[in-house]
Design a protein around this ligand. Sequence first.
Ligand code: SF4
Length: 338
Amino acid sequence: MNSFGAFLRRRFGGRVQRVSLDAGFTCPNVDGAVARGGCNFCDNRSFSPSRRVRLRQVAEQLRRGIEAVRVRYDKVAGFIAYFQPATNTYAPVDQLEEVFELALTIHPEVMGLAIGTRPDCVPESVLNLIERLARQSYVSVEYGMQSIHDASLLWMNRAHRHADMVNAVDRSRGRGFEICGHVILGIPGETREMMMESAEEIGRLGFDAIKIHNLYAVQGTPLGEEVLAGKVSMMERQQYVQTVVDFLERIAPEVVVERISGEAPPNYLVAPQWCLDKASLRREIELEFARRGTRQGSLYSPPELLPADRPVPNDLTPESIRVEIERRGRLPVLKLQG
Ligand code: SF4
């Protein structure tokens, strides 16, 4: 596998760790701009206004995050400021600029940014900003693709279609930042063939990096309740190992694999329990590659129309998202910043 750790060492010359930052963003799939309730697996109670009381200034979040990493690891060459919870492009572009610049400049060891977002929430102005930031620093935009199948996106209550993902990638390509796609394996109703179709789309669209998650359920979410009620079941460990290897065999060798399983706090996880032991799961995946004598990209075949030759489409950001971005007050973390 073209692992993330090795990629970061090649690029930055040593271990680089991400530090999660919370700027108090919400999500258009929670506040009603495109839907309410959020994705069925997402614990979006944490996007409520009460979160603001727990927020700290960006500098303080970075300081604490960096300290926590230094306790765990001896040698760290630098850090990536990771805007992780909620939809981290869901604000006016001048505020995004303020908060991203702050994260990039406030601590000398911060070497880049990672920005998690939805594919329907990257208007041109935002992509232009990220392109500009990427001229000075490493920037990764992490899109929640999850699946290419609209029926699965509907089941998850994503409130966007795969066409939105295609539109976002086709407008993001060639701008100098990394395009990363989140994929979920084990969505009820998806066959192995359907998951392999998602793998092939990664190559067609030209993602630079991927994060693969098994579907997992946490407490307090619609999915968690369905699992507890016995209405939905999660993929078995062995099936997941086989499916991840099948998936990665279809991913181009140069695509960086940033994650191969999901992660949730143990006291919060409903199922499956096997994803808590990430290290042994990773070993099993590597053993399965060895047993098959294959590797990432063994079954990859480049698409007929190369990603670089795909036409750049018009911006399909929904009007309701644009309106809500303009209506909203200042980002909570910027209010704290004073
Ligand atoms: S789009 Fe992301 S932040 Fe919004 S509800 Fe879904 S998982 Fe949560």
